[in-house]
Design a protein. Structure first.
Length: 266
């Protein structure tokens, strides 16, 4: 099986882009660099043949630079992946399920509704010249059952229509958690409220324009979110791939032991 050193020397760019540098490749790279240092020593001690040695060194250095270019790319990619681990939720749908379960531990007062929202129309017509189709985004809302009665999961909300509803729910003294995969999050989230009456928490999401916005009065939902925030403050917000049942139990009990958290089984 080819290693990265061999693939890089072959200049097969398609293969290079598919390959992930391993620890073994780093060791072989170290050997290549040591060979260059040996040649540098040979060059310094040579009376004749320096031209050939210098050409050999330059060729090897060209390879070294190529390897370092791809290694730097891999390092930057890893750095980017882990840059927001502490603050940005990696699996917002799991987080919403956990908020709901944590809030309903002692009761069953809270529900999660998923609704469709659109701010724009798609004017692309199909080959059969049918009417243009709406392009819809999704909105996830957690709140008390009676507070979410007016939110219809079968309806497509347009413009700031949904924001008016969530705003009224909040003004009536009900806690809410809202997140959307839409760029126009201000059209679905409450906009006019008195922050002195409740706790407001925004939790960043790694793959959404929108954050998870929590508007919390003194109830079970506030307790649930604060438990979750305590966990991610200590362990980071990268929950993707963790067994959800284990994660729920750890957060609910408030006893975090990362060593006991396992990857979920597929």
């Amino acid at each position: 099986m080819n290693n990265f050193i061999e693939i890089l020397k072959s200049c097969n760019f398609d293969e290079i882009n598919k390959y992930k540098i391993t620890a073994e490749d780093i060791q072989k790279f170290s050997i290549c660099y040591q060979e260059i240092l040996t040649l540098v020593g040979n060059y310094a001690n040579a009376t004749s043949g320096r031209k050939k040695i210098a050409e050999d060194i330059r060729n090897r250095l060209e390879f070294i630079n190529k390897f370092l270019y791809h290694l730097t790319g891999d390092i930057n990619k890893l750095s980017s992946e882990f840059e927001y681990v502490e603050r940005f939720i990696s699996d917002f749908q799991m987080a919403m399920r956990l908020f709901l379960r944590l809030a309903n531990v002692d009761s069953n007062n809270f529900i999660l509704k998923k609704v469709s929202y659109t701010n724009l129309f798609s004017f692309e017509r199909r080959y059969d010249d049918r009417e243009p189709e709406l392009t819809c985004d999704n909105v996830w809302i957690i709140g008390e059952k009676n507070a979410l009665d007016n939110i219809d999961e079968e309806k497509i909300y347009f413009g700031s229509e949904l924001a008016s509803i969530t705003n009224n729910i909040l003004k009536q003294g009900h806690s809410l958690i809202v997140v959307t995969d839409s760029y126009y999050e201000n059209n679905v989230k409450p906009w006019s409220y008195d922050c002195n009456k409740f706790q407001k928490i925004n939790i960043g999401v790694s793959n959404l324009f929108s954050s998870i916005s929590c508007y919390l009065y003194n109830d079970e939902l506030k307790i649930a979110v604060n438990k979750f925030m305590t966990f991610i403050k200590e362990n980071g917000a990268d929950i993707k791939g963790i067994d959800e049942e284990q994660l729920f139990n750890v957060i609910n009990l408030g006893k975090s032991n990362p060593k006991k958290l396992s990857i979920k089984k597929n």
